[in-house]
Design a protein around this ligand. Sequence first.
Ligand code: 13P
Ligand code: 13P
Ligand code: MG
Ligand code: MG
Length: 367
Amino acid sequence: MEDKITLSVIKADVGGFVGHSAMHEELLDEAKARLGDAQKEEILVDFHVTACGDDLELIMTHHKGVDNNNIHQLTWEIFESCTEIARQLKLYGAGQDLLSDAFSGNVKGMGPGVAEMELKEREAEPVIIFMADKTSAGAWNLPLYKMFADPFNTAGLIIAPSLHAGFHFEVHDVKEQKRIFFNAPDELYDLLVFIGAMGRYMIKAVYSKNGNIAAVTSTQRLALIAGKYVGKDDPVGIVRCQGDFPAVGEVLEPFTMPHIVEGFMRGSHYGPLMPVSVNQATPSRFDGPPRVIALGFQLANGRLIGPRDMFDDPGFDESRRMCNILADQMRRHGPFEPHRLPMEEMEYTTLPQVMKKLQDRWEKLPE
Ligand code: 13P
Ligand code: 13P
Ligand code: MG
Ligand code: MG
């Protein structure tokens, strides 16, 4: 439908520079050139390319709706040609997130992370796109809960008539491939039963009570798709702001509390999520601490007016400092929990291979 616009954010790690810490400029240039061609061919209305750590982030607007074959194929081909460049430069983990050789119409389930929403642009349409590196898809649960359900975070839930009714949450069980909807605030306690377990239950989307899409996230879990450890999910999310939705500042506020997420070194450790500018999204210390960036845009008939680098603000300095203090404290635990992930989560890392080697050395305890 022509009067609706689709905002698609599709991302993949196709090779790191240096190690897993950042993205090489040549990959960004290739992606920009390819998306520029797609814009000239009128497949896209507009686009923006960026990186969060070693993840290539393609932000696109178009009129084709979500899960569109053409758009997904375009991004898959870009990830493939960037992988080719990564191979030539011998970047680290070239093609890391491309888990299949054959494209099958949709990049979901093939490695890349996907967050897409179709919307009817309002008079003014501020959106914030969150992108994270060195963490897992469940990392958005806590901030989304705060944005859309916690009045201590979002003043509008109390004082703005347009937010006072609350929101609907769509939660996915990524292990059993099931979903459930919750009404907030009436079912907050039920909602929290699940979303507090971030490894399995993920907020996929949030809707206003009149059914308008408010937020959407990528919930792809690489290890579950690949059946082995191939790097972390490094998720993305889109949040609409103002009017019927939380204000820009209410959407950013949850990130002042550096919550502890899965990821960090070898995807196998807990660490604090640090809100940073795009320039600082280069996790090098112990491949972390995990990072999150936030790009703000105003949509104008599909044009992406922006970006504004929303965490490039001294208002987040203290959160970053707190992250470093927390990261120091976690690091001191070395290979001990709760820095290292619990055994259940370590199943999705490379540890099982080491344990296998030792399996015959275990003896029964004497009676
Ligand atoms: P809206 O009412 O447009 O959401 O704006 C409120 C505001 O100014 C908070 O920053
Ligand atoms: P990425 O998921 O960002 O590639 O990181 C993987 C890793 O093992 C970092 O130590
Ligand atoms: Mg990587
Ligand atoms: Mg990454």
